[in-house]
Ligand binder design. Structure first.
Ligand code: ATP
Length: 214
């Protein structure tokens, strides 16, 4: 059975870094990839754009292809979006299908601060996406887990439901939502950092052009 991979995030807004990483991960893993926007991210400040606005951007971004799919389940749930809860629900739905939680290198390095983080490895494999920037140091607890669970070949994940860590060497793109928000707030048009289509309707990016945020 083809693995099901999940890329969570605030997607505030979705940009080519997310999209290309998800697209290349789908090919490396021969997986379907779901993009799962978070409503109330437990780790960080509230998103600039509301849930509906971020979803509208994601819908435009994902038009015309079927490998990457939008999954709004966290937006439909009350309270903080804990990844471990989301994965438990997906696991119950998918039986023993291999699940892969996709994380950029920056997010992976901070994993030990996540709610019930060790349980994530019982529910899914972890696929770590190359992301440019300083290579963040791993805390000992994370380094130990990786030592025991690392596999070299993404194809090895398809034989078991969960528990491995694999590096996914996607094309490094130094794009962040923070940078995109800065450019939009400054009245600039980051046309080629965002998926084509989002500039066609001026209301889609309006939340980021309001004064008073970054
Ligand atoms: P912000 O700048 O607001 O912190 P972000 O660009 O990091 O946002 P998120 O929505 O927080 O975007 O990221 C969701 C997931 O996508 C994280 O696991 C993150 O590491 C990964 N990701 C984001 N941008 C890239 C990129 N350019 N390359 C690889 N992975 C990325």
């Amino acid at each position: 059975m083809k693995p099901l991979a999940i890329l969570g995030g605030t997607f505030d807004p979705v940009h080519i870094g997310h999209l290309n990483a998800a697209w290349e991960a789908a090919a490396l893993l021969d997986a379907e990839v779901r993009l799962v926007p978070a409503r109330v991210p437990p780790h960080r400040a509230s998103p600039v754009a509301g849930a509906d606005e971020r979803v509208a951007l994601l819908r435009v971004a994902l038009r015309g292809q079927s490998r990457l799919v939008l999954d709004t389940r966290e937006l439909d749930r009350e309270g903080p979006s804990y990844t471990v809860d989301t994965l438990a629900v997906v696991r119950a739905e998918q039986g023993s299908r291999p699940l892969v939680l996709l994380l950029g290198e920056d997010a992976f390095a901070g994993l030990t601060s996540w709610h019930r983080w060790e349980q994530l490895f019982e529910l899914a494999h972890l696929g770590v996406l190359t992301r440019p920037g300083d290579e963040p140091a791993w805390p000992d607890a994370l380094a130990n887990i990786v030592t025991h669970r690392r596999v070299a070949d993404p194809a090895m994940l398809s034989g078991r439901p969960a528990g491995c860590v694999v590096a996914l060497p996607v094309t490094p793109l130094e794009v962040s939502a923070t940078r995109v928000r800065e450019l939009l707030a400054a009245g600039r048009e980051p046309r080629y950092l965002l998926p084509s289509g989002v500039f066609d309707d001026p209301s889609l990016l309006a939340p980021y052009r309001r004064p008073g945020h970054r």
